[in-house]
Design a protein around this ligand. Sequence first.
Ligand SMILES: C[S@@+](CC[C@H](N)C(=O)[O-])C[C@H]1O[C@@H](n2cnc3c(N)ncnc32)[C@H](O)[C@@H]1O
Length: 304
Amino acid sequence: MAVSERIRRSAVALLAQWADRPVRWPCRKRFLSGDAPGTIGTCGAEASADDGGWHALGIDTDVTPSTAAGPEPRADRARLDRPRPDAVDTTRRRGRMTPAKHATIARLAPTLGLDADDGGPWRDRLVAAFGRDAPRLLDVGVGAADATIAWALAHPDQDVVAVEVHRPSLAAAFAAVEAAGVDNLRIVEADVRRVLADLEPGDVTAVRVLFPDPWPKARHHKRRLVGAEFVARVADVVPPGGWLHVATDWPDYAGAVRAAIAAEPRLEVVADPGPLVERPVTVYERRGLDAGRPPVDVVARRRA
Ligand SMILES: C[S@@+](CC[C@H](N)C(=O)[O-])C[C@H]1O[C@@H](n2cnc3c(N)ncnc32)[C@H](O)[C@@H]1O
């Protein structure tokens, strides 16, 4: 047996022992979860064996022991092979998937979810899903969706598209949306940068990012979701009068968001955003408050 094959089988056996547990990948800066080979990914971050981690070592899932894959259907795992629109990973990917979480997603995605891979025009699909063409909020990185549900309940005249890339959070969001019984909210499992790339101007009215992963270390700032590129793409898709809202408890991140908005001529910061920033205290906001970091809300409007 070739040495490379022996190494590969050893890696598979080792990873099988860690199925459904967080795995800390060796820092190789390549072949990381969902990334194209040779690109920089979640080096040193925690990943889960069930969220694409097999690909972190360049391992073909065809040889993955069935115990490692758990109950997740093959089609779901195959989705993780696709390259992301951007080589840099923006989420820390903590947490684990359980059979119950897999089952929650599988049960609720057909009714409460929207498929980022559908390929059809988003506007048509959104109008069909909600049964109307109302103002739409794109809520990014929603975690357990507490603030997302609150917005949907408070604004029955609007529709909400929640995007989350992290599967354990996604399971929590689906369960919470089902429990809340809101019908003007759908959840998309995707990297939001990919969704933004597929949206046409006017498909959403507003974009909100509550407490994006802070990546506080300077060497990790490149992983921050909200920067010049993100802001420019938001300006592409929201109509005049549309808005972007970013909340963070990291003052330097807020400053960087303001700077990105200042450099984007189509957007201007709103001095008094009023009810636009109303929300319940989110899970991550609470953590910041407990650590002595009050939230900073930055709201920008699209100029006419
Ligand atoms: C710090 S948590 C905040 C969750 C929630 N908004 C809150 O305030 O409690 C950031 C969330 O953004 C998600 N996220 C990070 N990068 C993302 C991306 N590129 N696309 C979609 N979601 C992303 C993470 O998975 C995580 O759930």
